[in-house]
Write a protein that binds this ligand. Structure first.
Ligand code: HEC
Ligand code: HEC
Length: 364
């Protein structure tokens, strides 16, 4: 599986605010006009904004003056501050301060929440009488069973253990159907990187097993937010491929879900101090078809969904050749792999902090 490619955030940042690499700083220390979210980590500010925009179904400019994000000229921005305070008060008074009611609970993709129930255009189908028993049928299987089925489906533990590195070349489709060359690197169970060739230079994400960086859109490399680093760690582990039971401290079963007509088993991958990752395995093929990782924001969790398909046996192990990456309110990015080399030497420098565009020594 793939290193994270933060195209959505990168694309926004191009027309948006400067990107900072604010290790350890608060939002108030890094940004100019923060009144409510003063004490949140600075690197959570932009994910928090993505969360707001997705919850309301609006663009940044609904609240912000282009090129001067600190300005309070637009009324919705001022309203949004009051809404944050209202939301924090609701959660404090009713849910012990946990972010249970969020912007999305009321707004659900609209700037104007409905206060009257909607009358459906078509009558609701009557609940069939058997539904009560549906729950029993849909009981989740034990994680061990799902993991075993998955490892068998991809070719078996022994075949998987023979893979130590991978270079994948492919096409990335993004920004309204435009196509770009992408190369993905994986080394061991914890190093991962992606290099996308854009007309104005490369867009790069690297993760060396401990730290991650992103570079692109003519900006210097910036450190990844800790939740992005965790997601990359997970994708590096799953990508090798390793058994999900090795990648996470615990696996918990969740209720099965149907994706595109196919039934899936759902597991939660849990690691101490991290937001659980959702893993969806096709019930019939056993293959991993979807993952959902989350960025913590000041207002709630902001998900990223990846779908994996077109699995092909490659050196004895099945790996996905078609990947889609989607976030709420964002575009869907797809990657089609057309060449895979495994167990080839890859320099460690590929996974380190990328050099600024122009003279990077680690360019593929
Ligand atoms: C619904 C309104 C709303 C939307 C939509 C929104 N923001 Fe914000 N934004 C705010 C508010 C309110 C603040 C100030 C928060 C505070 O005072 O604690 C803010 C602050 C910011 C700041 C800090 C500016 C400074 O220097 O003080 C940046 C940067 C920012 N937003 C970027 C974005 C981006 C990028 C998007 C789109 C992904 C976005 N915002 C979408 C309401 C919004
Ligand atoms: C408890 C429900 C609830 C929550 C939670 C909530 N809102 Fe609202 N919001 C509303 C209602 C109701 C309105 C008023 C709609 C109207 O007047 O048409 C509104 C209006 C707004 C508006 C004004 C829209 C406009 O066109 O001017 C903004 C901006 C907004 N909310 C942002 C947020 C943000 C950001 C959050 C999360 C921090 C949030 N809201 C959380 C219920 C909620």
């Amino acid at each position: 599986m793939m290193p994270l490619i933060f195209l959505a955030a990168g694309a926004r940042a191009q027309s948006g605010p400067p990107q900072h690499s604010p290790e350890g700083k608060t939002a108030a220390q890094v940004f100019k006009n923060i009144q409510v979210l003063k004490n949140i980590p600075a690197d959570q500010l932009i994910p928090t904004m993505e969360f707001i925009a997705a919850s309301l179904g609006v663009r940044c400019t609904f609240c912000h003056v282009e090129g001067a994000f600190q300005k309070d000229d637009k009324r919705p921005k001022r309203t949004a501050r009051k809404m944050m305070q209202m939301m924090f008060a609701i959660d404090k008074e009713n849910f012990g301060g946990r972010l249970v009611v969020t912007c999305d609970t009321c707004h659900n993709g609209s700037a104007h929440p409905a206060s009257t129930p909607v009358i459906a255009a078509v009558s609701m189908p009557e609940q069939p009488l058997g539904t009560m028993h549906e729950g029993a049928k849909a009981m989740p299987p034990m994680p061990d069973h799902v993991v075993d089925q998955y490892m068998t489906a991809i070719g078996g533990q022994a075949a998987a253990a023979k893979i130590s590195s991978r270079v994948e070349a492919g096409t990335l489709t993004a920004f309204g159907g435009r196509k770009f060359q992408v190369t993905l690197y994986q080394k061991g169970a914890d190093k991962t990187a992606s290099y996308v060739s854009l007309p104005r230079g490369e867009m790069i994400t690297t993760f060396n097993g401990k730290q991650g960086w992103t570079l692109g859109m003519g900006r210097p490399a910036s450190a990844m937010n800790p939740d992005m680093e965790y997601a990359d760690r997970v994708y590096a582990g799953l990508g090798l491929p390793q058994a999900p039971s090795t990648v996470f401290a615990h696996l918990r079963p969740a209720l099965p879900k149907t994706i595109g007509g196919a039934e899936t088993y759902v597991l939660l991958g849990i690691s101490p101090g991290e937001v659980p990752v959702k893993l969806y395995f096709d019930k019939d093929s056993g293959l991993l078809v979807r993952t959902v990782t989350y960025l913590r924001t000041a207002l709630g969790l902001y998900p990223e969904e990846r779908d994996f398909s077109d699995y092909r046996a490659t050196d004895g192990v099945k790996i996905p050749y078609h990947i889609t990456i989607a976030r709420p309110g964002g575009e869907r990015f797809t990657i089609d792999i057309n060449k895979v080399e495994q167990n080839v030497p890859i320099s460690d420098s590929k996974f380190e902090k990328p050099a600024p565009a122009g003279g990077e020594p680690s360019s593929p």
